[in-house]
Design a binder for this molecule. Structure first.
Ligand code: NAD
Ligand code: MG
Length: 400
């Protein structure tokens, strides 16, 4: 999919008001000759979405409700901005697959992003995938849809973007065929890497959201603290690179300078390095296979001075073990893991459960829910719903 030099590429940003969405708009604004915002979506932050519309002048904006739409329309009219406002999931799907769109940034958090992301895939778009939960929930259907539609799927998650950059161009032939021995998925270890295990009982949402290296949305910040983020990323890597879970090894690397590595059979290990700033993978995917300025400062190796590596501690981070088990079980297990995790993280952020309960709750839900095949999107959402119900039941019994 080459870049038509006669006009800027039109980009839909799903989740424009979030951390990834804002970084995407920052990169887009640096290259008005190459990119133009076509549609932006927001959820709770209507005023922020209004400001983004005034600044980037998209053709469409999408909000969740009629109320929010009325408020946004009023603001747009007052600002003299001609952006058209759409509502709900139908609006998200419409701007994800509109004929005018060249690329879709899928940066809604959680299961809410699945249908619009799949709509972009089915329309054969260039899809920049940040919304890892969508792929974790529906991996087999998602990848099948990519193959059928000819969509170009480019990973935004920094680790997967790094792996993508370290892979040969023909990796779709299969990892063994291209000489890949292992994928080494790096993890910072999050804010609780060295917290005594007993003290994890009392950590607060604020502490969990204070990531040492990355500034991110609240859900992924808690996932990073529990290392469920790495577990979801392990599943994500298996789908993106057609790897069995045993081929993906997690390496704790506290500096977050190496974003992941690929280990080849001849002993070569290729890594991608950079400052921890999501504008690098975003710019990489937007311009791929070309390169553009992202606004990220050059890496200063002398200031970094050293890079450390450790094996992950599954005792401290049971979520990582649970995710690996779900990856191995396949079928509905990753969707159940993801749904239980979404409910658990929200409950933790609302102070209804303690931090170690996140893993405890997910483990019980996984134990209760049989592993079944997911042949359709309806089956995916049914598994997601069952897991959410079991999670809420757990919460009623054990939560505050
Ligand atoms: P965020 O919380 O900052 O933003 C989430 C966005 O999703 C917002 O625009 C919000 O309006 C929208 N949203 C939330 N709930 C919604 C719903 N029910 N329906 C429609 N829209 C909804 O999150 P983020 O940190 O930007 O992460 C977004 C996605 O990218 C996540 O899947 C995350 O795992 C992934 N990701 C983020 C980072 C990062 O550095 N932030 C890195 C890698 C991957
Ligand atoms: Mg990541």
């Amino acid at each position: 999919m080459g870049c038509d030099v006669s006009r800027p590429q039109r980009i839909t940003v799903l989740g424009a008001t979030g951390s990834i969405g804002l970084s995407t708009l920052d990169v887009i604004a640096r290259h008005p000759d190459r990119y133009q915002a076509f549609a932006l979506s927001g959820y709770s932050r209507v005023d922020e979405l209004l400001a983004l519309c005034v600044r980037h002048r998209p053709a469409f904006a999408v909000v969740p409700s009629t109320e929010a739409a009325a408020r946004l329309r009023e603001g747009l009219a007052a600002a003299g901005c001609a952006t058209e406002v759409l509502e709900g999931e139908a609006g998200l799907c419409q701007v994800a697959c509109a004929a005018e769109v060249d690329a879709v940034m899928a940066a809604i958090v959680g299961a809410a992003g699945l249908r619009p992301t799949l709509a972009a895939v089915e329309a054969g778009k260039k899809v920049l995938l940040a919304n890892k939960e969508a792929l974790v929930m529906s991996g087999a259907l998602f990848m099948e849809s990519v193959r059928r539609s000819g969509a170009v799927l480019l990973p935004i998650d920094s680790e997967h973007n790094a792996i993508f950059q370290c892979m040969p161009g023909d990796y779709a032939r299969g990892l063994s065929a291209v000489g890949v021995r292992r994928i080494l998925l790096t993890a910072s270890g999050g804010p609780f890497r060295e917290t005594p295990v007993e003290a994890l009982l009392d950590v607060t949402p604020e502490q969990a959201c204070a990531h040492p290296n990355w500034s991110m949305g609240r859900k992924i910040s808690v996932d990073s603290a529990s290392m469920m983020n790495k577990g979801l990323e392990l599943i994500e890597a298996c789908w993106l690179f057609d790897a069995v879970p045993a081929k993906v090894e997690v390496v704790v690397h506290p500096q977050s300078v190496i974003h992941s590595l690929v280990d080849y059979v001849d002993g070569s290990v290729l890594a991608q390095l950079g400052n921890p700033d999501m504008r690098t993978p975003i710019a990489n995917a937007l311009a791929w296979p070309e390169r553009i300025d992202s606004g990220v400062a050059p890496l200063d190796l002398f200031a970094i001075a050293r890079l450390d590596f450790q094996a992950p501690d599954e005792q401290r981070f049971p979520c990582l073990r649970l995710a690996r088990q779900a990856a191995e079980a396949g079928n509905s297990a990753p969707a159940v893991l993801n749904a239980a995790n979404e409910v658990a993280v929200e409950a933790f952020l609302e102070r209804r459960i303690r931090f170690p309960d996140i893993a405890g709750m997910i483990e019980q839900v996984l134990d209760q829910e049989p592993v079944v095949p997911l042949p359709s999107l309806d089956a995916v959402f049914a598994a997601d719903q069952r897991a959410r119900e079991l999670s809420r039941e757990w919460l009623r019994r054990h939560g505050r």
